[in-house]
Design a protein around this ligand. Structure first.
Ligand SMILES: Cc1cc2nc3c(=O)[nH]c(=O)nc-3n(C[C@H](O)[C@H](O)[C@H](O)COP(=O)(O)OP(=O)(O)OC[C@H]3O[C@@H](n4cnc5c(N)ncnc54)[C@H](O)[C@@H]3O)c2cc1C
Length: 457
């Protein structure tokens, strides 16, 4: 195995792959690139490894191209596939297709790079976990779990979404009936049809989990408890656009909130139509976020984030209607509240939670509890040895909100002493604390395009 590379891409989910594809496109000089990935199939990551065809993208086809300069790349790929010939080009762009299909798209893209005869890029893929990274002079020692270390001049961390390692508020429980990582397939396997299931969190991860349960014919109760007891809103069936604001909104969280509320009220008269107003502001979101003082970011997280999440992280209409019908029929019992205690009995779990609506403790029994609070951003609370090790020896540090890496807005890592580390870079979810909008493909593909330019410069 070669042990010297110009560039290492650590993590081969969608972000790492789209970065790699951009490097293949743009390289005009020879460059050796190694991608090191473990955990999920190359290119797919957590989001697109699902085999469930009812797990849909929450972004329309028209916005899911891997490439900023070829907006129809994904649409063209679907239309080129005989197995998807029932998708018609007239309405395809506005549809929400299965994430599994997007995974196949990324897999095809990965294979096309592996088989490419590009003369400038010498590409290697290592199926292994990076467990540490150390700066050695002008390069980096990339420490692998199952092989000798390799040296790389530049490293881009594309480590992506980190599964949570504890239940909110209940850290000590160890039980096979407690599923802390919702993306572990076991969380929805071997379901007992006669006992209810308890879910913490009411966002997109809860929706995936409920779909997996219902697909197995599960008819029992699903008890869902989240801080605010609200499910995400639906995308409008027909997408409308409103003009972008002429300039970025003010950098004061209160003014932004008032401004957005008045735009929504004056432009539009129906709850579904919040979407175009937020979409119109989206090009400014990263800039606004970076300019907000830390106390205003904290205020946003405390008081506005749940509303933002409900409006921004929307569901395809058909998925929203399905979840709502389960709530209406009482199969899903949805509570605003807080998990208090979980105790394992011989046959099931006894779970105490606080019900905000009547300010009382409620006790229920369930066969299992599934943690659907979403990815964990605080690197002190994740089970990724690379992130933990880099944090402990100070090569990386956490952003002030503990949502990911401390870095510059263009993805240059800042170490524990506050110094920008030359040639240590990142894109994707790890930049959430710095940019706020940094997890979905529309943002990732822009970052990948710009990062490729940076590493090739
Ligand atoms: C369930 C779910 C659904 C989503 N749906 C959508 C959607 O419909 N549309 C959209 O735009 N966005 C969606 N997203 C957002 C998603 O974050 C991005 O679309 C994208 O998948 C992120 O890719 P990534 O490469 O940054 O991260 P990941 O998908 O998390 O990939 C990171 C990869 O790096 C590997 N890795 C991590 N650490 C190491 C290490 N130390 N050594 C080796 N390998 C490592 C991981 O195992 C994984 O394979 C969804 C996210 C989730 C969780």
């Amino acid at each position: 195995m070669n042990t010297e590379y110009d560039l290492a891409i650590v993590g081969g989910g969608a972000a790492g792959l789209i970065l790699l594809a951009n490097i293949f496109e743009k390289a005009t000089q020879p460059i050796s690139v190694v991608m090191i990935n473990a955990g999920y199939p190359a290119g797919k990551g957590i989001a697109y490894s699902t085999n469930n065809s009812n797990h849909l993208l929450n972004v329309r086809v028209s916005r899911m191209s891997a490439f900023t300069h070829d907006a129809n790349h994904f649409t063209k790929w679907i239309l080129s596939k005989p197995e998807y010939s029932d998708y018609h080009k007239d309405n395809l762009a506005e549809r929400f297709v299965p994430r599994k299909m997007y995974g196949e798209y990324l897999e095809d893209l990965f294979q096309s790079l592996v088989n490419s005869d590009n003369k400038n890029v010498s590409f290697s893929f290592i199926n292994d976990e990076v467990i540490d990274l150390k700066k050695q002079g002008n390069s980096f020692e990339v420490v692998l779990k199952n092989a000798p270390f390799i040296n790389c001049k530049k490293v881009v961390l594309c480590t992506g979404n980190q599964p949570p390692i504890s239940l909110p508020g209940v850290s000590s429980i160890q039980s096979e009936k407690v599923f802390i990582n919702p993306w572990d397939e076991k969380a929805v396997e071997n379901i007992d049809q006669d006992k209810s299931v308890f879910i913490v969190g009411a966002g997109l991860t809860m929706v995936d989990t409920v779909i997996s349960l219902i697909d197995q014919g599960f008819k029992n109760k699903i008890i869902v408890v989240s801080k605010h007891g609200a499910i995400p809103m639906a995308h409008p069936v027909v997408r409308v656009t409103v003009p972008h604001p002429e300039k970025a909104p003010a950098s004061d969280i209160h003014e932004i909130y008032i401004d957005l509320k008045s735009r929504i009220r004056s432009a539009i008269d129906h709850t579904e139509w919040h979407e175009p107003v937020l979409e119109a502001v989206r090009p400014f979101t990263q800039k606004i976020w970076q300019e907000l003082p830390i106390e205003q970011k904290n205020r946003f997280l405390r008081h506005i984030n749940h509303r933002w999440a409900k409006l921004r992280h929307r569901l395809p209409h058909e998925v929203h209607d399905m979840i709502q019908s389960l709530i209406d029929s009482n199969q899903i019992e949805l509570y605003a509240g807080k998990l208090l205690n979980v105790q394992e009995n011989q046959n099931d779990l006894t779970i105490d939670f606080f019900d905000k609506s009547n300010e009382k403790k409620v006790t229920v029994n369930a066969q299992r509890i599934i943690n659907c609070i979403g990815p964990e951003g605080d690197f002190d609370k994740v089970d990724n040895p690379l992130l933990r090790n880099m944090l402990s020896h100070g090569l990386i540090s956490k952003d002030p909100l503990s949502l990911g890496f401390n870095a510059t807005g263009d993805g240059r890592i800042i170490d524990k002493s506050g110094n920008v580390i030359e040639n240590l870079l990142t894109i994707g979810s790890g930049l959430r604390g710095i940019l706020w909008e940094s997890t979905a493909i529309p943002e990732i593909r822009v970052q990948a395009h710009e990062m490729a330019n940076k590493v090739l410069a």
